[in-house]
Design a binder for this molecule. Structure first.
Ligand SMILES: [Zn+2]
Length: 409
């Protein structure tokens, strides 16, 4: 069971945003809601044993529709889901509201999937039912897997626009969609799993990881490594948020907290990996020195994948110096690392706490703010010009009327 998830747009897709909220003078981009829903959906699906592939992890990257389709098709997923918010006018309106669900054509598994998700959305969200419809959208037409496109309320209907900043609403949508997907795959939906899988899609963006690192006042070197983790962990199928949080914990944010074994960043050793024959925890010579971060992180991820029992492991060609067969599959869940990866009983708790922090980190985006301000200024100019035009038209008609009167005299 594998699902391809798509958050619809990148942050600057023109027009994909709410009108301006009068109270704050700000607006919300559609992607700012679609992404958190998608990441929450990843969690729900992974808890229920359903694999996830994401088309575009990066909210700042403008991925074409064709590339989104290709990612789904190349990964040979079982179903495809695109997450959106609707709008009709781009101005506040009160007539259009509610949820509609699209499949490309009625009569196949796409319709079946659309109905199952739509039904759960109706039960969970208690919003106006606009029904299941056929829609000729590229991402659901060109994808080989049964595909749906969800329009979760209207951005230009104020009560539904308010949902876009509300984490409870993001969760409500994600849960409903996950329930529908579980119905489709005939899986009994589980809301909680007290265990957090290591093999999982990312549960936050790379920008959140970097911003978190900055908020912790870490070195540039530490925050820059977020991107290497993000790419390399996903290739293996490991949640990069977990791997990066473990890196932070194991190195005390790259020795912001000094190492008790006397290691420093020049070891390029992100998780205290020892040399093959091992040695004392406080002995620097017992720890592996890697040539570069690429090597160290690759070894770290191989070591994690071995614990998690990833397919294809143990590997023959690995840089992990302690790649022992007997570790294979010892900890499929982060919680199970306590007492195994490290002797401490609350080892996993510390990493899970970091992960939660990353997942709830707000990213400051200066470029975004600049563009938003520009858009607002332009809108204000348009408003002024419209008013001026109206005034001029009035004056012209008054002058015309005057001219007529003069002509008749
Ligand atoms: Zn959209």
């Amino acid at each position: 069971m594998k699902v391809c998830l798509d958050a619809g747009h990148y942050i600057f897709t023109p027009g994909k945003r709410t009108p301006i909220f009068e109270d704050s003078g700000l607006f919300i981009h559609e992607a700012e809601q679609n992404y958190p829903i998608m990441f929450k959906l990843v969690k729900y699906l992974n808890i229920n044993g359903i694999e996830t592939v994401i088309t575009n992890n990066d909210i700042n990257y403008n991925m074409s529709l064709r590339d989104r389709v290709n990612i789904s098709n190349n990964n040979k997923v079982d179903i495809f889901i695109s997450i959106h918010k609707n709008a009709i006018t781009g101005r506040w309106q009160t007539t259009a509201k509610g949820i509609e669900t699209y499949c490309y054509k009625f009569g196949g598994n796409g319709e079946k999937l659309a109905k199952q998700i739509h039904e759960q959305l109706m039960l969970e969200c208690e919003m106006k039912d606009r029904g299941v419809k056929e829609g000729n959208f590229c991402v659901i037409r060109e994808t080989e897997a049964p595909a749906v496109l969800l329009e979760l309320g209207f951005m230009d209907y104020r009560p539904e626009a308010d949902q876009m900043k509300d984490e409870n609403w993001h969760n409500k949508y994600a849960k409903a969609i996950a329930k529908g997907v579980c119905k489709y795959f005939k899986v009994d939906f589980k809301e909680h799993n007290n265990l957090t899988p290591i093999v999982s899609g990312p549960t936050a963006t790379m920008e959140q990881m970097m911003q978190w690192a900055k908020n912790k006042d870490t070195s540039q070197e530490f925050s820059n490594l977020a991107s290497m983790y993000y790419t390399m962990a996903q290739k293996i199928g490991i949640n990069p948020v977990f791997a990066y949080a473990q890196f932070a914990h194991e190195t005390g944010f790259l020795y912001k907290i000094p190492s008790s074994a006397g290691l420093d960043a020049s070891y390029h050793n992100p998780c205290g990996l020892k040399i093959k024959k091992g040695g004392g925890d406080y002995q620097s010579s017992a720890h592996k020195r890697f040539n570069c971060w690429g090597d160290g992180i690759s070894a770290h991820l191989d070591h994690i994948a071995l614990y998690a029992g990833v397919k294809g492991y143990p590997k023959q060609d690995t840089l992990d110096p302690r790649h022992f067969n007997w570790i294979f599959g010892n900890a499929k869940y982060i919680e199970q690392l306590s007492g195994k990866w490290a002797p401490s009983k609350n080892y996993a708790d510390k990493i899970l706490k970091f992960m939660k922090e990353i997942e709830t980190t707000k990213v400051k985006n200066d470029e975004l703010e600049d563009k938003d301000i520009k858009i607002k200024e332009l809108e204000e100019q348009v408003r002024k010009l419209t008013e001026e035009t109206r005034n001029l038209k009035n004056r012209i008609s008054i002058m015309k009327a005057g001219a007529m009167e003069l002509a008749q005299m």
